[in-house]
Design a protein. Structure first.
Lengths: 226, 80, 448
């Protein structure tokens, strides 16, 4: 089993729904405006802005950037305490109680996907009532990042086990894939031919970010057609 | 201060140094064991860590050699 | 037991700071303690609130703490490397310098080694490094090598100190128990000298590879990532050269300070400064060679991400720091030290301080630009260090000064017995050595 994601840039409208859904699903903290300006916004799913061409033929695109869940992650190599590691299903996981906050993984990641809890994370009063009980809340001084909604995976596995069957494609979707109004994000098992990501990952439009670095990212982008 | 007390403190300090270095060696061996179990460290780091252990023991051996050598080399007429 | 007036000692100048410290010592210690106490408070505040009190953010997640970590450990190469190499090469002019250099190493390693801990988001979880440390991470290699270097340099500092401690013990200097305890029964017998010599011979050889490995492994923290500007094979030797470079500058500054404060003009003569400053000049040229190679390779390859970092340093936001660094590390020392007329004590002082500043800037230029220019299309990061980081920097320097002053208060900063050995035996030893270099006498020609 190798969990991966395909993001179709032709369908993506850059609305940012995935980023918002991810924050809500994973209890990602909100930072103050001053902190955000400094660059301490915590976005597990970020929207990258790309400018193409020059005025007046300027094109601005935004595309989603989750953690690439590389098969050859540069971040796990450098963690001194194994607070980040790649599990058997290909998810690059974070162990929050183990992390000592050295931020070496943040410095080593070429995609800059990791966030850090610079202060004790806080949420607006109302949000606390709607927090997701399945996701552990992080403490100050700890690194966090997109986990491919691994808590949903655990729940789906338990459900499948109790029903005595294997996992089906529909059992487990990441919050971003679920929320995308254009259906641009597809999530599934890259090794399972019945999952949609499998044929999509082999599409002629398929490309990965910075694959020449040898990180073998498992988030595949489908290039725009025009 | 009592000469005997100082004597004993000196021997104690050397023993503590051996204890410390043994502790460091045990720690490094622990790291190597963990790396072998998880099988994700480059063999070079394991090799180099193995080399690090003799370095510590060389240092404590040199210290002990000096300690004992200085005691032995004392003039016989002056005690302690 | 009342203190009998100590007999006049030929090297009394070296013992006076211990036997008769003077009031200004206590004033300076008091000021330093205030600074250090405030720094401690600032650090506790950081532990309480989190690393948010610093100026770090994404993408520049490493700042002053890592810069100072590399900087302090770099200076540590002063001591052990210089004193080991000078002893190994039997350079007689090393005698007044070795002890000072070794003390720098010991103190600065302790401070530098603490800096990664200051940098941790969760210092309370430090024990994870011991129970669950991962040997695949360069940070762990660092911990092992710095521990090895610290222990080696402390042993290498202590063993040659034993005869001096015995001198202080015999002169009845207070606290007597300290010198009794540390002198290990030294009496200066021939056998004891042999033991000491053998130990020092082993140590000075063992210490050199450890010292080289330490800064190489520190460079691996950066070189083992794939980030532009970091992933370079030259980093190992580059860092070692830079470390020796900043270390020599540090010794020179310290020598000049002690010469002034303790009136050691008879011991630290112009020739010592001359030789060391020529070494500094050589290291400056070496540093320039490595820097030039590093940037030329990056520029010639013209890889887009490398070039972004390159231009950021050469003409972008970091250009003032970059060119100041090159001036401080290369042009200023070159001008001041290659000319005999300017190679005076004030000139050497300016050159050394300039190198120390330049090398600190070099660490800044290595750490921040690569982080500030992420590969993905993010805006360039900005790093403005906060009050916390500046205070911890100042605190680190204050701890160094305080540590050194405490050392100088109880132990001689110049090795008394080695000076005496130099006076008594060096001329003979050196003459014999030089005679052995000369061609052997010609055999008498056979009678025809």
């Amino acid at each position: 089993m190798k969990w991966g994601m395909v993001i179709d840039l032709q369908k993506c409208t850059g609305c940012g729904e995935c980023a918002a859904a991810c924050k809500l699903e994973n209890n990602v903290a909100i930072v103050e405006p001053k902190e955000s300006e400094m660059g301490r916004t915590m976005l597990w799913m970020d929207m990258l802005t790309v400018y193409e061409g020059e005025y007046p033929r300027l094109r601005v695109r935004q595309y989603p950037r989750p953690c690439m869940h590389c098969d050859h992650p540069p971040c796990t190599k450098v963690c001194p305490v194994r607070a980040t590691y790649k599990n058997e299903e290909g998810i690059v996981a974070q162990i929050y109680p183990q992390c000592i906050g050295c931020r070496y993984c943040m410095a080593a990641c070429p995609y800059t996907v990791k966030s850090f809890n610079w202060y004790k994370p806080e949420w607006a009063p109302g949000i606390r009532e709607t927090a997701n009980p399945d996701v552990s809340v992080r403490q100050v001084g700890v690194v966090e990042k997109c986990t491919f909604c691994v808590h949903r995976l655990q729940k789906a596995k338990e459900q499948a086990k109790s029903e005595g069957r294997n996992l089906r494609e529909g059992d487990f979707q990441t919050a971003c894939a679920e929320s995308c109004p254009a259906g641009a994000i597809v999530f599934g098992d890259l090794e399972n031919t019945s999952h949609r990501v499998n044929p999509l990952s082999r599409s002629p439009r398929a490309t990965r970010l910075m694959e020449d670095l040898g990180t073998e990212p498992k988030v595949i982008y489908l290039k725009e057609v025009d | 201060m009592n000469k005997k007390l100082i004597d004993r403190l000196q021997i104690l300090s050397i023993s503590l140094i051996w204890l410390l270095f043994t502790g460091i060696a045990v720690w490094i061996l622990n790291l190597i064991k963990e790396s072998l179990r998880l099988h994700d460290a480059p063999d070079a780091s394991l090799g180099i860590s193995l080399v690090a252990i003799p370095v510590f023991f060389t240092l404590s051996s040199v210290l002990t050699y000096v300690f004992i050598g200085l005691r032995k080399g004392r003039r016989k007429d002056v005690e302690s | 037991m009342e203190k009998a007036p100590a007999a006049p000692h030929p090297e009394y100048d070296l013992l006076r700071p211990i036997e008769d410290p003077g009031k200004s010592f206590y004033y300076i210690v008091a000021v330093l303690l205030v600074i250090i106490l405030y720094t401690g408070f600032v650090y506790i505040r950081q532990v309480y609130y989190g690393l948010g009190v610093t100026g770090m953010a994404q993408p520049v997640t490493w700042g002053f703490y890592i810069i100072n970590f590399v900087f302090f450990i770099g200076i540590s190469h002063a001591g052990t490397l210089i004193s080991a190499i000078l002893r190994l090469s039997k350079a007689e002019w090393r005698r007044p310098i070795t002890r000072m250099a070794e003390v720098i190493t010991a103190i600065v390693l302790a401070i530098g080694g603490l800096h990664p801990i200051i940098d941790l988001g969760r210092p309370d979880r430090m024990t994870h490094l011991f129970y669950n440390g991962r040997l695949q991470s360069p940070l762990l290699w660092d911990i092992v090598s710095i521990t090895a270097y610290f222990t080696a340099s402390t042993v290498y500092l202590f063993i040659p100190m034993i005869p001096d401690i015995a001198i202080l013990r015999d002169r009845g200097v207070k606290p007597r128990w300290l010198y009794e305890f540390l002198s290990w029964g030294w009496q200066g017998t021939e056998q004891q000298h042999k033991v000491l010599d053998r130990a020092m011979n082993i140590l000075m050889v063992v210490v050199i590879p450890i010292a080289v490995s330490v800064h190489t492994i520190i460079s691996y923290i950066f070189a083992m990532t794939v980030q532009p500007g970091w992933h370079s094979t030259i980093f190992g030797p580059y860092f070692v050269v830079g470390a020796i470079f900043s270390g020599i500058a540090a010794i020179l500054v310290l020598m000049i300070v002690f010469r002034k404060v303790f009136h050691l003009e008879r011991y630290l003569k112009l020739i010592h400064f001359n030789y060391l400053s020529v070494l500094l000049l050589i290291m400056s040229l070496l540093w320039f060679y490595f820097t030039f190679s590093e940037y030329l390779t990056g520029y010639y390859g013209h890889e887009p991400n490398e070039m972004r970092v390159f231009w950021y340093k050469f003409s972008g936001a970091f250009a003032p720091y970059f060119w100041t660094m090159v001036t401080c590390n290369f042009f200023l020392p070159l001008i001041l030290l290659s000319n005999r007329k300017t190679r005076t004590i004030p000139g050497i002082l300016i050159a050394s301080i300039s190198v120390i500043i330049g090398m600190w800037l070099e660490r800044l230029i290595i750490v921040v630009p690569s982080l500030a220019n992420p590969r993905l299309p993010y805006p360039t990061g900005i790093y403005i260090p906060s009050h916390t980081e500046w205070m911890l920097f100042l605190g680190g320097v204050s701890v160094f000064i305080l540590g050194y002053m405490m050392f100088a208060r109880f132990f001689p900063v110049i090795s008394v017995w080695e000076i005496q050995e130099g006076r008594q035996e060096s001329s003979k030893t050196v003459t014999e050595r030089i005679t052995s270099y000369m061609p052997d006498p010609q055999q008498p020609l056979a009678k025809e």
